[in-house]
Write a protein that binds this ligand. Structure first.
Ligand SMILES: *[C@@H]1O[C@H](CO)[C@@H](O)[C@H](O)[C@H]1NC(C)=O
Ligand SMILES: *[C@@H]1O[C@H](CO)[C@@H](O)[C@H](O)[C@H]1NC(C)=O
Ligand SMILES: *[C@@H]1O[C@H](CO)[C@@H](O)[C@H](O)[C@H]1NC(C)=O
Ligand SMILES: *[C@@H]1O[C@H](CO)[C@@H](O)[C@H](O)[C@H]1NC(C)=O
Ligand SMILES: *[C@@H]1O[C@H](CO)[C@@H](O)[C@H](O)[C@H]1NC(C)=O
Length: 414
């Protein structure tokens, strides 16, 4: 069996090389791998010296290696201060491993970003077959940004709305992000955008529960993304799934504190939302504001369909199950719009257990004009986190069925 797999792998790699590399360089393939330690490019790693240029130099070397799989190493026991950096593809290397063993730390002061795009710190752009891995730490050192965020300091003159995402993967195929730890990003920790076939595994993301907009992982305009074995505690969404996404699989995750797993918000500008085939299973939500959430703006159009939430455990979650189709920055401030709304259909919630901080454990607040259809509730037992209190369900324009025991009792229109 293992020989068979090995054979498969060998023939697959050969096909890859033939596809990617010309005959001239084929002879070189499989000889020596290119390994580029950032220290060889002059990185100091004392946490004080700016190592940005050295990282770029190591990247160019690794990226330019024709037809070998190259590795960029960020060594152990050192802290590398790196400013805004864009690792650009396409690369000549057949595959790149970006191995983070030590720490990469961002400049502490937001002033560093003056004249730069404030939304980015580390960016991988148009790099296929990139594997970011290692047991190292990506430290966003975000406190400087949090202290001036408009979210928490609206009265502050010059407060900021946009702060750097720690790591962005933009326009990529067949990539992965594994084992790395992220702390204290200024804003979102990981963004996956415009990617096809991306794999995230064994990630740890940690920021204080009161840090502003520090989403764990945000996915946008991507297909076939798998996220597994992640532990995320932040001040915003654990994982958020944005527009133009399909075939997203999340399994085995721990979330909290934070805002839970969210599909949305969607349709804010009145655009045509396209989200389908979303699978979320095996998640423990601990002390989060939401569990399984779908949120859309009333002005949105389009669809969210074929969603499965399965095997979820809630430990004192404010809104364990919530569909909010009247999403608005200030509750109730967005006016009701006739004949508009994202169509939500075929959403199943199966095997959910645990406790709700609010009375409404299941809140299916669908658009008044476009109903939610094909909602399925199956094997659910949710109780109030406060002893002696009841948990309840609330439905607005929500159609569907139940299977097995469902508590609190379903309010779906069948
Ligand atoms: C890092 O430090 C640990 C503990 O001091 C040591 O075992 C390890 O060999 C060091 N690694 C490197 C690459 O220096
Ligand atoms: C992250 O930020 C918090 C709050 O400022 C701080 O207590 C913690 O030490 C930071 N973590 C790291 C690894 O720097
Ligand atoms: C829940 O999270 C909030 C916000 O981070 C925090 O203030 C509170 O102490 C947490 N409660 C528990 C029981 O962990
Ligand atoms: C449903 O949404 C409307 C509009 O935002 C809001 O007024 C209402 O309170 C919500 N219902 C529940 C049960 O949350
Ligand atoms: C649950 O909600 C329904 C209406 O949605 C209401 O009639 C019922 O009294 C509520 N039960 C409890 C225990 O709050």
């Amino acid at each position: 069996m293992s020989q068979f797999l090995l054979l498969m792998e060998v023939s697959f790699s050969l096909i890859m090389i033939v596809l990617v590399c010309s005959d001239v360089v084929l002879a070189m393939a499989g000889e020596s791998e290119g390994v580029f330690d950032v220290r060889e490019s002059g990185a100091v790693g004392d946490g004080i010296t700016d190592d940005t240029e050295a990282f770029l130099e190591a990247w160019e070397a690794a990226c330019g290696q024709e037809c070998v799989s190259s590795t960029l190493v960020v060594p152990d026991n050192s802290s590398f201060l790196v400013g805004q950096i864009i690792f650009k593809g396409p690369c000549k290397a057949s595959q790149i491993t970006f191995q983070v063993l030590g720490e990469i730390v961002a400049p502490a002061s937001p002033l560093y970003w003056e004249g730069l795009d404030p939304s980015s710190w580390i960016v991988f752009r148009a790099v296929n077959r990139l594997h970011v891995t290692g047991t190292g730490l990506i430290n966003g050192g975000g406190t400087g940004w949090w202290d001036q965020s408009c979210r928490y300091h609206p009265e502050l003159k010059g407060c900021t709305v946009l702060a750097p995402t720690a790591m962005k993967f933009i326009s990529c195929a067949s990539g992965s992000l594994t084992k790395v730890r992220f702390v204290n990003s200024s804003q979102t920790h990981v963004l996956i955008m415009g990617c096809w076939l991306f794999y995230v595994d064994s990630l740890m993301i940690k920021a204080p529960g009161n840090s502003p907009n520090t989403d764990g992982i945000h996915i946008q305009s991507s297909q076939y993304v798998t996220i597994s074995h992640v532990a995320i505690s932040t001040g915003d969404d654990c994982i958020s799934i944005g527009d133009h996404t399909s075939n997203i699989y999340v399994f085995s995750a721990t979330c909290g504190p934070g805002h839970g797993i969210s599909i949305g918000s969607l349709g804010r500008g009145g655009n045509f939302v396209q989200v389908q085939n979303i699978f979320v299973a095996g998640v423990l939500f601990r002390n989060t504001t939401n569990g399984a959430r779908i949120k859309t703006w009333q002005v949105g159009k389009g669809y969210v369909r074929n969603v499965l939430f399965e095997h979820l455990h809630f430990d004192s979650v404010r809104n364990p199950v919530i569909i909010d189709q009247n999403y608005c920055f200030t509750r109730g401030a967005c006016p009701e719009i006739p004949h508009s709304g994202v169509q939500i259909s075929n959403v199943a919630y199966i095997n959910l257990f645990g406790t709700s901080q609010t009375e409404i454990a299941i809140n299916l607040n669908c658009s008044r004009t476009v109903a939610c259809t094909g909602i399925m509730l199956g094997s659910i037992y949710l109780t109030s986190a406060s002893p002696g209190k009841q948990a309840n369900s609330s439905c607005t324009n929500a159609y569907g069925n139940t299977i097995g025991r469902v508590h609190p009792p379903s309010c779906l229109i069948s």
